[in-house]
Design a protein around this ligand. Structure first.
Ligand SMILES: *Cc1c(COP(=O)(O)O)cnc(C)c1O
Length: 368
């Protein structure tokens, strides 16, 4: 059997979502964050659809290599910066921008003999307490960087929010105030907004916004979907029904026999499972769509297969297409059932899933 699990990436949705961000953040440059293989949609594919962005944000130099190999000439920002002095020759060869979030990175740059000016984004910790210079180290770090002849003089200031997706804005307001206090007098280029901040906190947009989830139409604010803000889901995950069997009343379905048939009924089997990235943790009752109508999953999701209750689908035949998530079945809904977030599901689609591209306009993608 060939694999039937297919992820369709809607290029028109990616393009429309970038346009929507440009409209919302009209005064800002846009960094398209494409780490984790474009949030699971495919790095090169996503970068091609988002070629109108002012920069790409990546997690590793290896992603920078792939983007340069694909011919992209925009700025590429390595969001964690360099790990070792030995990274610098490749960073320079590829003309990547680097984030500096730690004093140790400044020493690596100081020790580098290459005189070409490196473009640096200086990351300050304003409350996330993950990567970033503590506020008390900022002045000396800036003085050190400005004294280095191999660092571009236009430092870009950045920070990252811990809770911009939360309904309670207290933490975000405090982080923005801290960022302002440290940077407002610097007359410099600044960036703090991620996707949630772009939609929920307009004052954070500043000179550069850094958009990830929104580009893919993912939910970025608690209890809302991407479409609530006018963004289009960029992925549909589909497969097919490969079996329909009549199972008797009182019989159980799947591993562990966790679901018991309340009557004689048709049970369908869909060719997709956790080996494809569909979460095993969803409970019975989580919907899939067959011919546009919901059918509940019954029993445990297994590696290659999952079972569905076909009592409301008397007309359906083997081979029928099944939607696991997409424009008509928000991935947020499945993520909530699995106890996670949509980002983890889109990043988790595995290599054996066939990926196809759909190049229709976003509105058409939404209707299809
Ligand atoms: C991943 C990331 C982003 C994008 O975050 P979203 O919430 O997906 O928009 C922005 N900035 C940094 C530093 C990141 O690591």
């Amino acid at each position: 059997m060939s694999r039937l699990a297919t992820a369709t990436v809607h290029l028109g949705a990616l393009r429309a979502n970038l346009q929507r961000i440009r409209l919302l953040a009209a005064g800002s440059k846009v960094m398209a964050v494409v780490k984790a293989d474009g949030y699971g949609h495919g790095l090169e594919r996503v970068a091609r659809a988002l070629a109108g962005a002012d920069a790409y944000g990546v997690a590793s130099i290896a992603d920078g290599q792939r983007l340069r190999a694909a011919g992209h000439r925009q700025r590429i920002v390595v969001l964690s910066g360099i790990d070792a002095a030995g990274d610098l020759p490749e960073v320079r060869r590829l003309a990547l921008d680097v984030v500096v979030h730690h004093r140790a990175q400044i020493e690596m740059i100081r020790a580098d003999a290459d005189p070409r000016p490196l473009r640096v984004w200086l990351k300050i910790d304003t409350g996330m307490h993950r990567l970033g210079l503590p506020p008390g180290q900022v002045a000396s770090a800036v003085a050190n960087l400005r004294a280095l002849p191999n660092v571009d003089s236009t430092l870009i200031w950045m920070s990252h929010f811990a809770s911009s997706d939360a309904v309670d804005a207290t933490a975000t307001v405090a982080q923005l105030a801290e960022f302002d206090a440290l940077t407002a007098t610097q007359q410099s280029t600044r960036s703090i907004a991620n996707s949630a901040a772009i939609v929920a906190h307009p004052a954070t947009r500043l000179d550069w916004v850094r958009a990830g989830g929104l580009l893919y139409g993912l939910a970025v604010v608690d209890a809302r979907t991407g479409s609530d803000f006018g963004f289009y889901p960029a992925m549909s995950l589909t497969s097919k029904l490969i079996s329909i069997q009549r199972i008797g009343k009182g019989e159980t379905v799947g591993y562990g026999g966790t679901w018991c048939c309340p009557e004689d009924m048709d049970v369908g089997v869909v060719a997709i499972g956790y080996g494809d990235g569909y979460p095993r943790s969803v409970p019975s009752g989580t919907p899939v769509l067959i011919a546009g109508r919901p059918a509940p999953i019954i029993g445990r999701v297994s590696m290659d297969l999952l079972s569905v209750d076909l009592r409301q689908h008397a007309d359906v035949a083997m081979g029928a297409p099944v939607l696991l998530w997409g424009p008509d079945l928000p991935v947020e809904r499945i993520a909530a059932a699995a106890g996670t977030i949509s980002y983890e599901l889109s990043c988790g689609v595995t290599r054996r899933v066939m990926v196809v591209e759909d190049d229709h306009a976003a509105s058409a993608a939404k209707e299809s």
